[in-house]
Design a binder for this molecule. Structure first.
Ligand SMILES: NC(=O)c1ccc[n+]([C@@H]2O[C@H](COP(=O)([O-])OP(=O)(O)OC[C@H]3O[C@@H](n4cnc5c(N)ncnc54)[C@H](O)[C@@H]3O)[C@@H](O)[C@H]2O)c1
Length: 265
């Protein structure tokens, strides 16, 4: 018996990386169905190929309020309810330092990164809220080691993920006692995480950075770089109404021990 028997979830950005590993694991744990908000037709087709009728795909952009509503409605129409929202779609800034950007780039990239990493989480939460209140469900946000520490990105990404901590706490406060609101904060993980268009990095992929895997593994006290599936169990735990009944406003760090890493000498 899985931990999520007969549950229904919606995962944004679930076409690749960590989101996709969560979709796979939720279905393994017994979910009746999972809605997935994806950006591209290619991701949509590949999800249907892997999961068939167990997934309901909604093609859209998480920055768009109507797309968030559409994804929630499509999921509820197909599977009858919603127990868990996983707001996960994100974009990274490829360590772009403040002084490497022009003033225009700072302004535009702030808007792009915060729209995806912060605004879209709020939109998804608002769109899902009435159904989650009804099911006494939960929200789970994908944050990052950059939600707590410097050095996992540039100032725009790090600030956007720190903002996510505020979202978790405030929404947990606003939605108690009906809906639990928690987060998972992964560290460096092998995924095709992209950069912002406003920095010309939309075709760059984190997993293609030369030596990325080895350098993360070397820095992490646990001495390995995570695969997306290494984080998925934390989402299962937080989504489980039985096993996380008393947990809200919590953030599970899944980052190989970033807190206790050795500082560069
Ligand atoms: N990979 C890492 O090292 C790492 C570390 C910490 C946190 N994270 C976080 O994990 C989350 C998932 O990222 P990932 O690493 O699995 O990378 P990923 O690129 O595989 O997943 C992100 C997904 O978000 C989607 N997306 C991006 N912008 C979108 C938009 N405007 N509308 C709809 N979908 C959009 C992408 O298409 C992609 O499928 C992100 O929030 C990221 O910040 C990743």
């Amino acid at each position: 018996m899985g931990w999520l028997q007969q549950q229904v979830a919606l995962v944004t950005g679930g076409g690749s990386g960590i989101g996709r590993a969560v979709v796979r694991r939720f279905l393994e744990e017994g979910c009746a169905g999972v809605g997935v908000l994806v950006r591209s037709q290619e991701q949509a087709e590949s999800l249907v190929k892997e999961f068939g009728e167990s997934v309901e795909i909604f093609l859209g952009d998480v920055r768009n309020p109507q797309d968030n509503l559409g994804a929630v409605e499509a999921t509820v129409n197909k599977f009858g309810k919603l127990d868990t929202l996983v707001a996960n779609a994100g974009v990274w800034d490829f360590f772009t330092r403040l002084e490497k950007m022009s003033l225009e780039q700072i302004a535009n990239s702030f808007d792009e990164i915060f729209s995806i990493n912060v605004k879209a989480y709020l939109l998804a939460a608002a769109a899902a809220a009435p159904h989650l209140r009804k099911s006494k469900g939960s929200m789970i946000f994908t944050l990052s080691n950059s939600a707590f520490y410097a050095g996992g990105g540039g100032p725009l990404y790090v600030a956007s993920k720190h903002a996510g901590v505020g979202l978790v706490k405030q929404l947990a406060y606003e939605f108690a006692p009906d809906v639990r609101v928690n987060a998972v904060a992964p560290g460096g993980t092998v995924t095709p995480l992209r950069g912002p268009e406003t920095l010309g990095k939309q075709e760059n992929r984190l997993s293609e950075i030369p030596n990325f895997e080895a350098s993360v593994a070397e820095t992490m006290p646990l001495r390995f770089i995570a695969q997306p599936e290494d984080h998925a169990g934390h989402y299962v735990l937080l989504a489980s109404k039985r096993n996380s009944k008393a947990t809200t406003a919590a953030i599970i760090q899944s980052d190989g021990g970033w807190e206790i890493r050795k500082m560069r000498s």
